[in-house]
Write a protein that binds this ligand. Structure first.
Ligand code: PMP
Length: 462
């Protein structure tokens, strides 16, 4: 039997296709171009945060209005939004229940450093979603970002265990958390991740890095006895999607318990797996759950939940007199607006029924991508986790972050994202991910399938 070699992408053709899409984008977006120019007067790259420069195209699309799963840019073009604020808007844009709650709260006061009635309701809701494991993650605190939630949890873990180090997965991302900007070099050494800006100390002083799905590496890392916490996503989602192999997360739980190390599950993205994230969907039993981004329906809010036992231990260990200056806090944390938005989003928008709809659509999106790959023979791969799916330029599902990173292809990604954009579809700028919201429709998904079929055929000169 002979096998046909997988077709390869011609780089000159890729460059020509990219140039053509760039021209199409520029021609279609004169108003966005003017806004981008105005932005350059007083902002580096012309954008309010530097990473927004990474959107494909010579300038960022500027949003006029976003509603449900769509947004209209300043040029009046409606886009299907499969990026959804890289999960910040997984609830859909401006969901009616959240808008109503925010509107009502806005005239009753936005922030006062005092609790409102909503916080206890939100904490109970989070406990019912994430607290089913035997250890019962049942005590919640709130921040404005998942980054802050992760940072605070690592402080508590060091504080209670008295240990200096943290274990993270190679090629993880947990927000701008210093300890997590570390990767493995080819000799297994811990080095700053490429692109790290201004690391406070060499990362091997704070961090041990292990490949995802590698039980032996984790065992060796914990054997030093100096690890306060393992911080991980239950499936990597920030270097493409890397799913855990059967038994891996059980092994993480068993090893962390054996070594008195906290198992901290960051569900900020993997909430896409269901109402209680992977923790609930896969029956995990972590010590801590972190969740952020979308729980406020777009209003900044994040949370971390501790088991009752750990929360009690934290409480016993901190003097009331010092509670505001210990490094865990944030003046606007738990503010009235965030809590009102989060209560409405969790109880009325990101409901179990909504997740079922979102997952169906993610299956459809995955099918559309797979059809195009089958039609072209391109040796790429598509993976789904609940309401989120992603294609990658490697021929098989990666086992760890390094494998996923090796399959990355920035030029190809920039072309595919720009081509999607000129066909009215927004993908997340950092990888080839599509996310579904309760408001997403089959038509939104099919718009991507059509564009992707055209792009992949064009890449082979068809
Ligand atoms: N945790 C995970 C898993 C994330 O993917 C991110 C952001 N992509 C964060 C934390 C940080 O979220 P934020 O930028 O909202 O602080």
């Amino acid at each position: 039997m002979t096998t046909t070699p997988a077709p390869a992408v011609d780089r000159d053709l890729l460059a020509r296709l990219h140039a053509a899409e760039t021209q199409r984008f520029v021609d279609a977006h004169p108003a966005c171009a003017r806004l981008a120019e105005a932005g350059r007067a007083h902002m580096p790259y012309g954008v309010p945060m530097s990473w927004m420069a990474k959107w494909p195209g010579p300038f960022a699309v500027h949003v006029q209005e976003a509603s449900g799963a769509r947004f209209t840019c300043a040029d009046g073009i409606e886009h299907a939004d499969l990026c959804l604020g890289d999960t910040g808007a997984m609830s859909g844009h401006a969901p009616a229940a959240t808008v109503a709650a925010v509107t009502a709260q806005a005239s009753r006061g936005l922030t006062s450093m005092l609790p409102t009635a909503d916080a206890a309701v939100v904490a109970a809701e989070l406990s019912s979603r994430f607290g089913a494991g035997p250890s019962r993650v049942d005590r919640w605190q709130f921040t404005l970002t998942a980054t802050d939630a992760n940072r605070h949890v690592l402080r508590y873990a060091r504080h209670l265990t008295g240990r200096p180090r943290v274990v993270v997965m190679d090629f993880c991302y947990h927000g701008s958390v210093d300890e997590a900007f570390a990767t493995l070099d080819t000799h297994g050494g811990v080095v700053p991740r490429r692109g790290t800006i201004g690391a406070p100390v060499p990362p091997d002083l704070t961090t041990r890095v292990v490949p995802f799905n590698d039980v032996d590496a984790l065992r060796a890392a914990l054997a030093h006895g100096d690890v306060a916490a393992v911080l991980l996503e239950p499936a990597l989602t920030n270097i493409g999607i890397v799913l855990p192999e059967p038994g891996y997360l059980d092994a993480v739980r068993a090893l962390t318990r054996e070594h008195g190390t906290w198992m901290v599950v960051d569900e900020t993205h993997t909430l896409c797996a269901g109402p209680g994230g992977c923790t609930d969907a896969w029956g995990l039993d972590p010590d801590v759950v972190v969740v952020g981004k979308t729980i406020g329906g777009g209003v900044p809010c994040a949370a971390f939940g501790l088991t009752l036992e750990l929360a009690d231990a934290v409480q016993r260990s901190i003097e009331l007199e010092d509670i505001d200056v210990g490094g865990v806090g944030g003046t606007l944390a738990g503010n009235a607006l965030s809590m009102a938005a989060t209560r409405a989003t969790l109880t009325e928008v990101l409901t179990p029924a909504a997740f079922a709809h979102m997952e169906d659509l993610a299956v459809r999106w995955t099918g559309g991508v797979q059809d195009a790959l089958d039609a072209t023979g391109l040796p790429w791969h598509v993976t789904r986790l609940g309401a989120r799916a992603e294609y990658a330029f490697g021929g098989r599902a990666p086992r760890d972050g390094a494998e996923a990173a090796a399959a990355d292809d920035f030029a190809l990604q920039q072309y595919l994202h720009l081509q999607a954009l000129t066909h009215g579809v927004l993908l997340t700028p950092f990888h080839n991910m599509a996310l579904m919201s309760p408001a997403t429709t089959q038509a939104d998904v099919d718009r991507h399938s059509e564009a992707f079929a055209q792009a992949t055929a064009a890449l082979l000169g068809r």
